[in-house]
Write a protein that binds this ligand. Sequence first.
Ligand code: NAP
Length: 248
Amino acid sequence: MKRLEGKTALITGAARGIGFEIAEVFAAEGACVAIGDLSHEEARTAAAAITAKTGAKAIAIGMDVSKEEDCETAVAETEKAFGKIDILVNNAGITRDNLVLRMKAADFEAVMDVNLKGAFLMAKAAAKPMLKARTGRIINISSVVGQAGQAGQANYSASKAGLIGLTKSLAREFAPRHVLVNAVAPGFIRTRMTEGLKDEAKLKISEMIPLGRMGEPAEVAKAALFLAGGDSAYITGQVLSVNGGLYM
Ligand code: NAP
């Protein structure tokens, strides 16, 4: 039997990169998936590709996770299409890198709004039906940078560290209703977010990683699948690092 047979999942920022891979892996394991993304058109393309490849039902939702109304509508659209929401993956994320002295307050706020406030708003919207149903999974995509810090990414690392605190607090609050909340903390993964790095920087990063290479989106998706499925029923409030040993 497929691992997510009969389940429904809403994944934010899923038109590309890690989010797309998570949606595809979930669909391949039998879940109906809702692809939330800023661009409705790109989300539609992603949903169609997932259905063509896996045969699973997939819908597209144009949304901005930093807007409360969009988050509530996204949960409502998922419930309308699939009858319920079992799994939420807070994956949408942005960077606005700069050294602190050059970083504008607006760049700090923009990153916090999407990466941290967006996850809070989505969790709040999805928790209502999950708590009522007394079952559910919330998976927050944090980062190694939230665990270890990173020069040039004060805004991003603060948002990703904040996500870990949010994960633990939600886990405690929702545990009595069997809604499990965990985080995945990827290291350096090959997506659009990292493709801008110079070859020299990529080489340096690979040398710092005990496993000697950057990770693939599918390797993060498999960790999310574990946290979404039945094999993790006694795990909540945890951070699962997928980083090739970069941070231990
Ligand atoms: P990506 O390729 O840039 O994809 C991010 C997706 O999120 C894009 O489709 C983007 O839409 C969407 N998005 C951005 N802002 C949004 C908003 N306000 N509302 C809804 N959707 C929004 O990034 P990725 O590398 O796959 O990263 C996915 C997650 O993993 C992020 O949270 C990131 O911080 C985290 N992460 C990544 C790495 C890495 O090395 N790649 C490492 C650790 C953690 P547009 O294309 O329209 O902008």
